[in-house]
Design a protein. Sequence first.
Length: 447
Amino acid sequence: MASVTYEEKKQRLTEFLRASGGDHIRLGKSTSNLFRDRKKIQAQRLDVRDFNNVLRVDAAGGYVEVEGMTPYVKLVAECLRHEVMPAVVPQLKSITIGGATVGCGIESSSFRYGLVHETVLEMEILLGDGRTVLCSPGNEHRGLFYGFPNSYGTLGYALKLKLKVVPVKKYVKLTHIIFTDPDVYFTELARQCDRQDVDFVDGVVFGRNEMVLTLGRFVDNAPYVSDYTYKNIYYRSLRERSQDYLTTEDYLWRWDTDWFWCSKNLLAQHPLIRRLYGRSRLNSLTYTRIMRWNSRWKLMQTFNKLAGVHAEPVIQDVEIPVEHAPQFLAFYHDVIRFLPVWISPTRAYNKDVKFELYRMDPEKLYINFGFWDVIRSRKKLPPGYYNRQVEEQVMALGGMKSLYSDSYFTAEQFWRMYNKSVYERLKEKYDPNGALGDIYRKCVLKE
């Protein structure tokens, strides 16, 4: 039986939406990397699960064409066959290219190429009424092109994308440098981001006086390669060795085996239980399924209630201007406290453009702080007690916060950060009937 073409799949969605009469729409998909629950409301499910193919890799032209629900594990595998990679590859295999674009994907190449959406060249977007529009920086839909990132599906869904790819070599050489002073650490990190002979920059904070900066560089040959896909755990190696070598594929997925370090909450870092999981199940796909199962049945929520424990998930990624990074880290150590923390620098790939719903100063280097765990105490605290403090710090320091997890902004705070006037103008033009919902109500009120 012949496979269904992209155009045939697109026609199916167009007919479905035109027949829906403008009713509220939600995506029907099998994966998600959102870490916020949503209220159950009446909505039609738009099945986009089969939009998961890599359509074309043009290594010479420096781009790949891909359907929006394609997970990065599939996209990367196809690109590596052509000796290229997407310019920015988010750290988890289960993340989709559409999700990373409509959200805000980041990784260790972002110091050079910016966030994922800054590497997108054009998008074909499905609107809530069944229309599709091709958006690029130079056509009549450039407003939607620059307003789509951080809209979380409330302006449309990316069915097909064309994005930048860059050449790779077979291996990545890693250099791990340990620092004890946050001011020195962030100063040196910023200096390293200006080097032309470095391909990747990120780091990990292990304590107030223990921070690791990791520099990655493509190389053709390696004296050895390490394996962090089963018995060995990548983040622990940062404190154990000053140099390391990985295949390029293993480097791109170095965080996926243990979901950074969050696999400890699923007991996967215990040697015996690690063997029971087995190599094939040590990955973000498995952990996401377990997380969804727990969310559905509320097992940990019930356990905490019976134990009399107040538990607040603090699962956040924030971008802070590098000059304020030591101040944010000091706040973090005083208030949030759990460790480690991931550090990833990012700055504008093209200083002449601005993405309207995630406004970052194109002249600044930002530091992404990624921290993901639960704070537990016997004392009952107001909802969002710790997350609200994070948000206050982000606003005070001129930063930005991703919306994939819980948010507690007031409407006034939210729209001051995320550009209400531009968002409303785009909604009026591309979703006038409100079929795709409102971003504040979706991301903060969880509707």
